[in-house]
Design a protein around this ligand. Structure first.
Ligand code: C2E
Ligand code: MG
Ligand code: MG
Ligand code: MG
Length: 280
């Protein structure tokens, strides 16, 4: 009895791994089965037009419903998926699922999909996207792919070629978390992004800090002169919206409007349902 406990303990505290490394290892093992067991799901957060208050579309944000640990957030498991290569099948599933879900939404709405830099180097990215669009008949411009600045820094010739191929397909490309990476403004010149998403850190205190206002104003002006739109991320208060409107930002996203929720809880989907029409 004592002996078997001791042995168990040895297995758990393998090779002096620290607790964080052990958790990571456990999650990595569980993640291998997660997709097949249907434990991954997409939640959606609205992107709202600042002037009209209209929902333009939704960003897909992945969640892992772990049977024992509860909901695991992407900041915890996406890095593990990237290091283990599992981000490729997971990312393909996200693309297919998000495009499928989009077919349930009004025809003018868009879906935004986050791409990992690892996916950018995968030859299956383009085929998954093309097949997803072809299978559903969804117009490519209704899909927006979000990439971060580090995509432009790593392996930039190959990634730039991929970005151009994606643009040829007709999907939109957004630069996510703008202002947080080590990128230079030069990157904005290197690719015709459709949209810049201004990171939450500049939006957080825009209602109280002049330096944040100045930065947002500059990014909005720059985006506009390059023919790109801007989305402010992490908007939580009405006062922030007022400042963002004043600075000319076109779209807002954040808890003020909604956190990310499962598709069946989206309230702005007013596509007429056949059964309703019959009842009238
Ligand atoms: P992101 O793409 O920049 O997404 C925005 C994150 O900010 C989301 O966190 C969202 O829930 C959160 N957020 C939105 N509004 C507010 C707000 O008003 N206040 C605050 N404090 N936070 C807000 P989440 O869902 O935990 O996702 C974190 C990151 O994980 C995402 O950042 C994205 O980089 C990555 N991610 C999410 N889904 C996927 C996916 O399907 N594939 C890949 N490769 N990455 C994903
Ligand atoms: Mg994003
Ligand atoms: Mg972001
Ligand atoms: Mg982010």
């Amino acid at each position: 009895e004592a002996k078997s406990q001791g042995r168990n303990r040895q297995i758990v505290f393998e090779d002096g791994m620290d607790q964080a490394a052990q958790l990571r290892r456990a999650l990595e093992l569980d993640l291998r089965g997660a997709l097949g067991k249907g434990e991954l799901c997409l939640h959606y957060q609205p992107l709202v037009q600042i002037d009209s208050g209209e929902t333009l579309g939704y960003e897909a944000l992945i969640r892992w419903e772990h049977p024992e640990r509860g909901v695991v957030m992407p900041d915890t498991f996406i890095p593990i998926a990237e290091e283990s290569g599992m981000i490729i099948p997971i990312g393909e599933w996200v693309i297919r699922q998000a495009i499928d879900d989009l077919t349930q939404w009004p025809d003018n709405m868009t879906v935004s999909i986050n791409l990992s830099p690892v996916q950018m180097r995968s030859p299956s990215l383009i085929t998954t996207l093309v097949q997803g669009l072809a299978a559903t008949g969804v117009e490519p411009k209704r899909v927006c792919l979000e990439i971060t600045e580090n995509v432009l820094m790593q392996d930039s010739d190959a990634n730039m070629a991929t970005l151009h191929k994606l643009h040829e397909i007709g999907v939109q490309i957004a630069l996510d978390d703008f202002g947080t990476g080590y990128s230079s403004l030069n990157y904005l010149r290197s690719f015709p992004f459709d949209k810049i998403k201004i990171d939450r850190c500049f939006v957080d205190e825009i209602d109280t800090r002049e330096d944040c206002q100045a930065i947002v104003r500059s990014v909005v002006d720059l985006a506009r002169s390059l023919g790109m739109t801007t989305t402010a991320e992490g908007v939580e208060r009405d006062d922030q919206v007022e400042h963002l409107r004043r600075e000319g930002c076109s779209e807002v996203q954040g808890y003020l409007f909604s956190k990310a929720v499962p598709q069946d809880q989206l309230t702005d989907l007013r596509k007429p349902v056949h059964s309703h029409a019959q009842r009238l």
